[in-house]
Design a protein around this ligand. Structure first.
Ligand SMILES: [Zn+2]
Ligand SMILES: [Zn+2]
Length: 387
């Protein structure tokens, strides 16, 4: 099954949806226009059921095959949200909302899954059911988690779930995947160093929170270099440091730092959290200061299931003639929550050369649409062949 001819016919229509979505980006759970548009299209295609308001602004559509004896219900998931970025592409269909932009290609993901839903509603050439899942708030809001918490998996008896993301730097329409841990767990921390402020010319009367913060930042790098097994992945980044002093002659009473920890296993995640706390508190204590730590666990590590990954790669090979082994990604992906509830797999589809995701000049490549849509259709038709 190479790229399906039907998607070549539908390409202008799917591209028009994609560009309309690009022009009207919405952030986090505020995907009101997008969700309404998706629900309207799914009804127009003749989906058997369309439900809005799952995970606040998420949308679910059900498409039944010609027969329904396989006992399989396959979930296909796309994300709909944009990012708080000022677009700099200069495109004719650039964002009409200053400060909001589809800089991660979720406009393309939504359009491709809509295209697949249209095709699957027309043909229904499978034995089972398809649940198309359109989620809000992938970019840090945990929209996927909220859809799961709303009981989506049990409500529609979903048996497997699949996801896809465009990938700049890979040839357009080519695929890459890996089994097991794929995207990192993304945790956030804040460290507040409380010292004793005073005159910069009388350091002996102070506890310099800025100096303590500098030692803490340096010491935190020993988590990756000394505590972690060198073959296991961990990133600790302090990304923000703010002192309570705004003057050149005042030693700050307090320093507030923020950062992120990225890991690929539960053991490493636990170790990094434990060591971050111990190093911050111990270092601060050694200087006579006090460290208060807030540690927030964000998205878990996204783990592809073996069987579904092998199948997803087989479908990718049938669409584009090959499927490469993807490298580990230290970014996060909230499809992780869906993969914690059901077996499934997440694949990358090439976006060609151009700006990387989250860059103000990024744009989704419409040439990837036929391959992306054909992969969705293949997942359904090859996993649940018509009786
Ligand atoms: Zn993103
Ligand atoms: Zn994304």
């Amino acid at each position: 099954m190479p790229v399906k001819n039907r998607f070549a016919e539908l390409l202008p229509e799917i591209t028009a949806w994609r560009r309309d979505l690009h022009e009207n980006p919405e952030i986090l759970f505020e995907t009101h226009r997008t969700s309404a548009l998706v629900a309207e299209k799914l009804r127009e295609f003749g989906c058997d059921e369309v439900v809005t308001g799952i995970g606040r602004t998420g949308v679910v559509g059900v498409i039944k095959g010609k027969t329904d004896t396989s006992g399989k219900v396959i979930g296909l998931r796309a994300d709909m949200d944009a990012l708080p970025i000022l677009e700099a592409t200069g495109l004719a269909y650039a964002s009409k909302t200053p400060g909001a932009m589809h800089a991660c290609g979720h406009d393309g993901h939504t359009a491709m899954l809509l295209g697949a839903a249209k095709y699957l509603s027309e043909t229904r050439n499978f034995d089972g059911q398809v649940v198309v899942i359109f989620q809000p708030a992938e970019e840090g809001g945990g929209g996927g988690r909220e859809m799961c918490e709303d009981g989506m998996m049990d409500r529609w008896n979903i048996t497997e779930v699949y996801g896809m993301h465009n990938w700049p730097g890979r040839p357009v329409g080519s695929f890459a995947i890996r089994p097991g841990a794929f995207f990192a767990a993304t945790d956030q921390f804040e460290i507040i160093i409380e010292g004793k402020g005073g005159h910069a010319a009388k350091p002996q009367e102070t506890v310099d929170s800025t100096l303590v913060a500098a030692h803490v930042i340096t010491a935190l790098q020993s988590i990756a270099s000394r505590n972690a097994d060198p073959v296991d992945q961990v990133v600790v980044s302090v990304t923000s440091i703010e002192s309570s002093s705004k003057a050149f002659n005042v030693i700050a009473q307090r320093v507030h730092m923020k950062g992120t920890v990225r890991t690929m296993s539960k053991g490493m995640r636990d170790l990094a959290e434990k060591r971050l706390k111990a190093i911050s508190e111990g270092t601060a204590g050694a200087f006579g200061a006090v460290a208060a730590i807030k540690y927030h666990r964000g998205y878990p590590c996204m783990v592809n299931h073996e069987d579904q990954t092998a199948f997803a790669a087989e479908v990718a090979r049938s669409v584009s003639g090959g499927c490469e082994d993807a490298p580990l990604v230290m970014g996060g992906e909230d499809f992780a929550f869906m993969l914690e509830e059901r077996p499934g797999a997440y694949i990358l589809v090439g976006n060609g050369d151009g700006a990387s995701v989250h860059h103000p000049e990024y744009n989704f490549n419409d040439d990837a649409i036929p391959a992306g849509c054909s992969w969705w259709a293949g997942i359904v038709e090859q996993r649940m062949p018509a009786a």
